[in-house]
Design a binder for this molecule. Structure first.
Ligand code: FE2
Length: 281
């Protein structure tokens, strides 16, 4: 059975969420879901994720997995909301424990919450781990660099790469968050580029550079030939130099603090308040 992929674009955060399924009436997974969120009012909404649920219901799909490619810093995950509404197990890369350690301290979340299984995640994937849903099988590639927990889900010739590579005209992901590392990102993208040339790459964001129409699917061959930051023959040193220079110029993402404190808990919202740490300018 061939994997069927359906993309959903969350305009406010330029994020792509994906539903992958085997057949109508069969089994599905959701990758990188999004809650609507207004930073100015603190209000959270489910309109976008309700669209995912509507698709699942329309196609009579059982949701087996709710997967994250990493703890995102630019949107709030809807994983816990989806699980409450339609079930499914929430999965993320094992590297999440490092991200939880760093940001748990920053947000004064007791570490016990992470180790006691109350962090909302049902499964932490090892590198190369195999998982299945319905008649489909996928495997996990640890692809750290943007964050230490970043993974790529490879399913039937499709690679869901999170924030490692973007569309060829937008390049690659920043590596300046805690646990980020340009050398690791190079190695991870090299790993993705080692997949068969025809592998379809599905990106987690598209910022529509130059005002072009939305695009979110490329291939390994296209990326190797045309990615503006990292092509087949780009050297590791050149990439690291470029990436580090570039990252110095980037702004802190608008939703960094609300996102990370929710996403290290699988999209569970704080009881009353979002926290923003006080820093010197
Ligand atoms: Fe990200």
């Amino acid at each position: 059975m061939k994997a069927q992929v359906h993309a959903f674009y969350h305009q406010d955060t330029s994020t792509l969420s994906y539903i992958v399924f085997d057949q109508p009436g069969g089994h599905a997974i959701v990758i990188d879901s999004v809650l609507d969120f207004s930073l100015s009012s603190g209000s959270v909404g489910t309109k976008f994720s309700d669209g995912l649920i509507a698709f699942l219901q329309e196609h009579q799909l059982t949701l087996d997995w709710i997967l994250e490619t990493h703890a995102h810093a630019d949107h709030l995950s809807a994983a816990s909301y989806l699980k409450r509404q339609v079930g499914g197990k929430i999965g993320v890369g094992k590297g999440i424990t490092e991200v939880q350690k760093v940001f748990g301290e920053l947000f004064a979340i007791p570490q016990a919450r992470f180790s006691s299984g109350e962090d909302g995640f049902d499964h932490l994937f090892e590198d190369n781990e195999v998982f299945s849903f319905g008649s489909l099988t996928g495997h996990v590639l640890a692809t750290p660099g943007h964050t230490s927990d970043s993974v790529t889900y490879v399913i039937d010739g499709n690679a869901f790469v999170g924030d490692t590579v973007f569309m060829p005209d937008f390049g690659t992901a920043r590596c300046d968050f805690p646990g980020g590392d340009a050398a690791m990102l190079f190695d991870s993208i090299t790993r993705i580029y080692a997949l068969p040339d025809e592998t379809r790459i599905w990106v987690c964001h598209d910022y529509q550079p130059g005002g072009r129409a939305l695009e979110y699917q490329t291939t390994v061959a296209e990326s190797k030939a045309n990615n503006i930051h990292l092509q087949q023959h780009t050297t590791k040193l050149d990439f690291i130099h470029f990436r580090e220079q570039r990252d110095h110029q980037l702004e802190v993402p608008k939703l960094l603090y609300p996102s990370v404190q929710v996403n290290i808990l699988a999209g569970q919202l704080p009881e009353h308040f979002f926290k923003i740490p006080v820093r010197e300018m």
